[in-house]
Design a binder for this molecule. Structure first.
Ligand code: SF4
Length: 355
């Protein structure tokens, strides 16, 4: 049985043409799959019975197996999804005041090996396919019953997407782009590019492509104010040092236009990157490269075996104040979902033990 989820619009049309049907059938299918969220061909009543039967016999719209779905006391949620090859991947819902973001994964494990990140300890196992990326959003919509026919866009809780889960999306570029184009398509799930943020650890040569191919918002896991510290905690910095990263960010921003800004994620690690001098270095960096920036300060969530601890509250506040004084919005992230390990850098299923 051939999987239809994950085919691009063009691929779906080609598939339908190949079985001798008119292209508008592909449009109908696309609508049923991505707008209505149907998984049963029999419910596609505007398609003739014989054709539905053919679809049923040859194609599948099945969802992946969700082996765990936890809802935290603060309403954040986590899904552990078992892929066909039994590997596991995690998706998280992070509620905000009235709405919230679905945080999706793009790889099983991650090759980047950031020292503060639990996923980094898993090493890269494999890239996710476009289908496996899209399905995470579909599973979340199923859980919250937020398909188009059920809830109007303005009332949806799952309003945003952040590509910030397991893996480095720019190391799985083609599948990530394909998946996001499906998610953004106006005839389907129709999640606007303004509501999607892609987060990278700094794959500099791909960053401008995000502006060209997707036009989504960009977040960069910066976490250090100079190459010395960044080399220590983020091995990717040895390949793409801060200068290359900032040049790429500037290019992204030039392509996206004046109103765009980049969010820099900055995990607060006690005694490592949390001094006032580091905040000043960050300010100089943004000024030097003329980058319109916002900082997200993330109190470090300790995990078993981690070599770091979280900065003291006093130091985090002082750090934020220095950045804000220089004109940079610098919210301190309230960690959501700690009790289900759904917070940043914890997406590895508590050392991948899902039992
Ligand atoms: S922080 Fe992101 S890029 Fe770094 S190891 Fe973790 S998942 Fe990979």
């Amino acid at each position: 049985m051939k999987e239809l989820i994950g085919l691009s619009k063009q691929e779906l049309e080609d598939e339908i043409k190949a079985i001798g049907e008119k292209p508008f059938r592909a449009k109908q299918l696309w609508h049923f799959i991505y707008n209505q969220g149907l998984t049963d061909f029999d419910l596609m009543t505007t398609i003739s019975k014989p054709l539905r039967k053919f679809f049923k016999e040859n194609y599948t719209l099945s969802r992946p197996k969700v082996i765990k779905n936890e809802i935290s006391s603060d309403k954040s949620a986590k899904w552990v999804i078992e892929l066909k090859d039994k590997k596991k991947v995690e998706t998280v819902f992070i509620p905000e005041e009235d709405r919230g973001a679905v945080c999706i994964s793009t790889q099983v494990g991650c090759a980047c090996g950031c020292k503060f990140c639990l996923t980094g300890t898993m090493k890269l196992q494999r890239n996710l396919s476009a289908r496996e990326i899209v399905e995470q959003v579909m599973v979340a919509r199923d859980t919250y019953n937020e398909w188009q026919n059920a809830v109007e866009e303005d009332n949806r809780v799952l309003s945003n997407i952040v590509v910030m889960g397991m893996g480095e999306p720019l190391h799985n570029y083609d599948n990530t782009v394909k998946a996001l184009k499906i998610i953004m398509d106006g005839d389907g799930m129709a999640i606007s590019k303004r509501r999607i943020t892609l987060s990278t650890s700094g794959v500099a040569d791909k960053i401008p492509l995000v502006a060209k191919d997707l036009e989504v918002k960009l977040a960069v896991s910066l976490h250090a104010s100079n190459d010395g510290i960044r080399n220590e905690i983020m091995p990717i910095n040895r390949k793409y040092p801060i200068n290359d990263l900032m040049e790429a960010c500037k290019e992204y921003q030039d392509l996206r236009g004046k109103r765009s800004y980049i969010t820099f994620e900055y995990v607060m690690l006690k005694g490592i990157n949390d001094k006032l001098s580091h905040a000043k270095e960050l300010i100089r960096m943004m000024e030097q490269y003329k980058i319109k920036a916002k900082f997200n300060l993330i109190p470090f969530n300790s995990w078993e075996g981690s070599e770091f601890t979280c900065s003291d509250d006093r130091d985090i506040i002082r750090f934020a104040e220095a950045l804000m004084k220089a004109g940079y919005a610098s919210p301190i992230r309230v960690s959501r979902g700690r009790d289900i390990s759904a917070a940043c850098g914890q997406l590895a299923g508590k050392n991948a033990n899902y039992d």
